[in-house]
Ligand binder design. Sequence first.
Ligand code: UDP
Ligand code: MG
Length: 336
Amino acid sequence: MVSGMVVSIVVPVYNEQQVLAPFFARLHAVLRCLPQPYEVIFVDDGSQDATFESLLALRAKDRSVKIIRLARNFGHQVAISAGLERSRGEYVAVMDGDLQDPPEVLPAMLGQLQQGYDIAYGVRSIRKDEGWLKRSTSFLFYRLLRWVAEIPIPKDAGDFCMMRKTVVDALNRLPERNRFLRGLRSWFGFKQIGVPYQRALRTEGRTKFTLGRMFRFSLDGIISFSIAPLRLASYLGFLSALVSFFGILVMLYVRLGTTHSIPGFASITIIVLFLGGVQLMTVGLLGEYIGRVYDEVKQRPLYVASEKIGWESIESEESPALSAVHSLQSTATSKQ
Ligand code: UDP
Ligand code: MG
């Protein structure tokens, strides 16, 4: 454990070469005014552009910058987890590197932690940047999640937050691969408070979250915190059994009690198609859960890091086995 390291900032970045320098300038202006020493851990999530080189340039100017380079794009949540694992601060913040999470909010979050809270999370008061589709889907998602999840997950709160070391340690101990961090953070039940902020426009670069990726991310969130979708199959089953029971009674009456005959083709087609659709949907939902169970049992590592820069000086304090691995990695790095 390194003494004196008090604030860590974890920043996942993926193809953000244009925005890194202005982002760091603004972050640095804020951190400089804090009384505590700090470290800024950038996690390069397999960028294909010059993000890594820009990060090296930042580190050349400021030694508080540390860099983890993931071997490929592992996704936002995994990148954050990689940074959290290596953070050493007593207080650890997570923020996006695209200036949508304003660094100026960090002192307010730190203030809340020093008041005794364990987690201070950002609550988006206005989302100017997104179109109505993203705004309305995210509005609906947070309400749906709150409704089906077994724990109260704060509404309109993203990953932007600052946490005490105890929370970070608890997060690091979670073995699961499918990490919906904003939910896991609440799941522990630590003392937490929302800090409102205005989410800014993305000025440079573009969002990595297409509509399809957002949909998968939302599904991850719901599935890791609720089994309500699994129950849907039973509810729909009961409902169609009930409806068909009355349907049978009506048909028996018409056939035996009256002289009418029931014309069949259209109604049968509709019923078969409807039930087929319901069955496929519920089997699909089952598949979503089974796929995630499969992911968990494979027990693959969460990520593979190709480079870790900035930890050389502290390796000697780790276990001999670990420091052997790390010194191998740092020789590889210094050869570049
Ligand atoms: N990001 C990442 N890996 C990814 C996608 C995104 O590390 O696979 C980073 C990205 O560089 C940014 C943050 O995560 O710093 C949020 O991503 P983005 O701005 O695309 O999401 P949005 O703000 O549009 O929801
Ligand atoms: Mg963004």
